[in-house]
Structure formats: C-alpha cells, structure tokens
Design a protein around this ligand. Structure first.
Ligand code: NAD
Length: 502
C-alpha cells in the first residue's frame, strides 16, 4: 500500500455531510507520484478485506506467473469458504453506511479512483502486461484508460439515478459477488465495481487465478482514495473460491464474466435462491466482409478483430465470412499483413502479439488448431520466431473450413481465425447466426442500407460496422443465447445493480 501521504484533500464525506459518524475515511487520500515510475509488485499479497490486506485463514498461497518469462511475479492468498465469509461480512457491514452516504459523495469516491488510475496509469499498464502477457501498447492505450473511463462515467451517474430511471425509485441490490476472467483483468474489475458502487452496493470481487495483480493494485488504490473499509473487498483464488462466493447466502447479486461452461454452473447454483445475476460469457463472432468494402481497411479490421490481445477477447471476430468474389484478395492481403505483426516481449511498445496468458490456455489453443488440421481445414501461420521461454502462438488463419469444424464452432480464445465464404447477404446472415453464441459481430461494406439490413438480422448483442472492437462505457455490452444474459455499461448496465420501485 502506498506509504507516502503528501497531500490531504478534504474527506468528501466529512466536508459535505451525509456520512454516518462511524463511516469516516480510514485512510487519507494519498497519491503516490513515485508509483507512476515503477511497477511495484509485492512478493506476496493477502486478501483485501475490510480495507486491509489479511492472510487467508488456511495460510495457503499460489503463484502468479509472467507468461512471457514463466517467472513467478508474486504469491497471492488462496481464499477458502471461511475467508469468503469474512469478505461478505465486511461488505454487508459497509453496505448500510455506504448506501446512506449522500449519492454525490459516493460519486466523488469514484472520480477519485478514476483520477488515481490515470495518475498511476503506467504502473497499472506495466503490471497488467507482466501478469497477463498483453502488449504494453494495449494495456497503456486501452485497458487502463478504459478502466478509468468506467469509473468517471459511473461516478457521474451516482447522484443522477432518478434521471436514469425516471418515475421510479432506484435502490441498491445489496452485496454483489463479482467474478472476472483473465483477459482484461483491470478493465473487467472496473466494469464490475464502478456501476455497483455508483448505485450504492458494496462488493466482493474475485479476479482470475492467472491474473490477480492489477485487481490487488486496485485494492491498494481504493484505500489510497480513502474508500471506506468493506465497500470493495478483493479475494483471490480459483474456481472453488468463486463457487464459495456464488453459493454464499449473504450475496444478493452475482455478476460473472467468464466461460459459458462456468456461467451455466452459476445459473444452476443461483436458481431459486432469489439472487440477481448477470452472465457475460463466451462468443464466436462473425466478421462479415462484403465485396464492396474498402478492403485494405477491412483487413486492418480483421487483424484488430482477431489478433488484439492475442485473440483472448470474448467478442473477437473469430469467424471471418468473406464474399466469394474478394475472398482470394482478402486472404492474400491478410497473410501479408500477418507477417508484419511483431510478436514478442509484451513490455516492448512495438509488440503487436504478446504472450498467451497461461500454459493451460496455450494447450487449449494447440489442441483446437490440431483438430482444425485433422478435420481438413487448410492452415496458414505467420513465420515469426518464437521466444525460447514463455507461452506463444503465431497468428494463424484457416481457410477451406466447414461449419461443422470445431474451429468454426468452438471459442478458441487465441490468435486463430476461421475463414468461410458466402455469395449473398442472406447466406452471410444464415452462416453468421449458425452458432450457439450471440455476443458480437461486424460488417464491412460501403452501402449504408446493407449495414442496416445485415446488422438488423444478426442475433448478437454488440455489432460494429466498418470497424471492430470499439468500446465505450456509455454503450451496453452483453450477449444473446449462450453468450449470457444482462448487459454491462450504459443505462442497461446500471439497471443490473438497482431494484426499481414506483
Ligand atoms: P472461466 O469461466 O474459466 O473463469 C472465469 C472466472 O470464473 C475465473 O475467475 C475463475 O476462477 C472463476 N471460476 C471458475 N470456475 C468457477 C465456478 N465453478 N464457480 C465460480 N467461479 C468460477 O473463464 P476464463 O477462462 O477465465 O475466461 C475466458 C472466458 O471468459 C471466455 O469464454 C470468454 O469469452 C469469457 N469472457 C466473456 C466476456 C463477456 O463480456 N462476455 C468478457 C471476457 C471474457
């Protein structure tokens, strides 16, 4: 935790009234400018419960590894049911006072967190890239600024809920249990925590076991921002810890982002418990290129759609549908472009393709690529030299694929693209919708009418036209079918954290 306490802006609660007397800020606001210059990773982290780091009751810890070097970065505590109990109790105790705090004061805490994230952007970006393997250019220009933007955006809503839900009274749901995956660790934490807090809820959040560090840094940051103890609790562990959180009777709402398989287990676990739940799950997006599209730009869109974050993206454009007349040209351009991508050290700002997040994920990608070859699809891989240590996978595309191939049906969650062709818009729509998922999709064409016609027929929650992978906190994100239920971001995302009454 930051030790330097140089400036002390007034406690927003104390300065403006509205806080319970016993709910003063425990820690003064303590920006640590030096933190922006170094990625400070402690050798070990406890669980962040009630505003302080504590050991797990069992004393157990597990290692978090840099996937680009295979070196252990830190050891983090493994939470078991007794620890989950403690975290939920802390969140419950904090809930009343936090909820009673004047809404504009709650908003100020969110703004503070957003500003501190901006001040420490460099440290967060470096740690995100070390723990998860993503290129520093992405963590610096995407993950951290987007996380700050989510806190700013939701800070703004805190005292405007009556305008968000006109004619209805919005009250918080209570204690939210939040579980996130490893592909955007800080950003997913922001997506979860910011709306929950803005609406007056308190949270217990569990990051993924392979990428816990930026959530733990965020815990430090909330303490530095003076956030009252217990409002945000961060517990680390793997699936069993997540399951203990889901099944805890003191939880009022579960917000889960992760695989469809685990999402289904969670839905079964909360059935008939009265727990609210939102599930952001997997995807297998269709990225459709019509022959009237600007092809050079479309190829950049395809590259961004599938190789951004090594393809560890739920809404990745992992199924490319190209109109037959331009398929040869698009594939040739794409193959040339793939050779120019820089693969290697995630901390090098020229890197385009970083490390695969974990050995387990690398093995999953390799297994599905083998299946693609065995099932008869034609593989094209770029020729980059792979570093000797770490987990790496070359940008890969498959042509001559069939709808029945595993590589066109299953989420690979790696830098692997399956390409199919189509002749007519109807055929493109039919193929695009032929998936159990429904998270995202994209269309490239120079005809506005075609954009409206095709996107209107696609069964996917997020659709892009002549661009891909664009995000904004004002815009709801979420899927249909096996991609989940509920939305995050925008007004729809806020609604998931309130009970509405007349
Ligand atoms: P995962 O489902 O294995 O794990 C996600 C989280 O759930 C982790 O924190 C994990 O520890 C926890 N978990 C595992 N088993 C659990 C259980 N039984 N009960 C409760 N929690 C449990 O997914 P992953 O491999 O970490 O992430 C990749 C998946 O996430 C992909 O399928 C991807 O599409 C999806 N994802 C979806 C979105 C979205 O917004 N729709 C965003 C990012 C990732």
């Amino acid at each position: 935790m930051s030790a330097k306490k140089k400036t002390r802006p007034p406690n927003p609660a104390a300065a403006h009234g509205g806080a319970d007397d016993d709910f003063r800020l425990a820690e003064p606001y303590a920006p640590a400018p030096e933190a922006t210059d170094h990625a400070r990773i402690a050798p070990a982290y406890g669980l962040f419960i009630n505003g302080a780091f504590v050991s797990a009751a069992s004393g157990k810890r597990f290692a978090t590894v840099n996937p680009a070097t295979e070196e252990t970065l830190s050891e983090v505590a493994e939470a078991e049911p007794a620890d989950v109990d403690k975290a939920v109790a802390a969140a419950r105790k904090a809930f009343g006072p936090w909820n009673r705090l004047k809404a504009s004061e709650r908003g100020k805490y969110l703004f503070r967190i957003a500003r501190l994230l901006q001040e420490r952007a460099r440290e967060f970006a470096v740690i995100e890239s070390m723990d998860g393997g993503k290129p520093i250019r992405e963590s610096r220009d995407f993950d951290v600024p987007q996380a700050a933007a989510h806190f700013f955006y939701h800070g703004g809503w805190a005292d405007k809920l009556e305008y968000a839900f006109p004619g209805r009274k919005a009250s918080p749901v209570g204690v939210a249990g939040q579980i996130i995956p490893w592909n955007f660790p800080l950003l997913m934490a922001a997506w979860k925590i910011a709306p929950a807090l803005a609406c007056g809820n308190t949270v217990v959040l569990k990051p993924a076991e392979s990428t816990p560090l930026t959530a733990l840094k965020l815990a430090e940051l909330t303490a530095d921002a003076g956030l009252p103890p217990g409002v945000v609790n961060i517990i680390t562990g793997a699936g069993e810890t997540g399951s203990a959180l889901v099944n805890h009777p003191g939880i009022d709402k579960i917000a889960f982002t992760g695989s469809t398989e685990v999402g289904k287990q969670i839905q079964r676990a909360v059935a008939a418990t009265g727990k609210r739940h939102t599930l952001e799950l997997g995807g297998k997006a269709a990225h459709i290129i019509f022959e009237d599209a600007p092809l050079d730009q479309a190829v950049e869109g395809i590259v961004n759609g599938i190789f951004f974050n090594q393809g560890h993206v739920c809404c990745a454009g992992s199924r490319l549908l190209v109109q037959e007349g331009v398929a040869g040209t698009v594939v040739a351009k794409l193959r040339r472009r793939m050779e120019t991508l820089v693969l290697g050290d995630p901390l090098d700002k020229n890197t385009d393709i970083g490390a695969i997040n974990s050995r387990a994920q690398l093995e999953r990608i390799e297994a599905l690529v083998r299946a693609g070859v065995e099932e008869g699809a034609r593989i094209h891989q770029s020729g980059q030299k792979l570093p000797e240590k770490g987990y790496w996978f070359r940008p890969t595309i498959f042509t001559e694929t069939a709808q029945s191939h595993r590589i066109t049906r299953e989420e690979i969650f790696g830098p692997v693209l399956s390409i199919m062709t189509f002749r007519t818009p109807d055929e493109a729509i039919e193929k695009a919708n032929n998936t159990p998922y429904g998270l995202s999709g994209g269309v490239w064409t120079d005809k506005g009418a075609k954009i409206f016609g095709v996107t209107g027929a696609l069964r996917a929650g997020v659709l892009w036209a002549n661009t891909f992978n664009k995000f904004d906190p004002t815009s709801p994100f979420g899927g249909y079918k096996e991609s989940g239920l509920g939305r995050e971001g925008g007004l729809h995302g806020l609604a998931a954290y309130v009970n509405l009454s007349r």
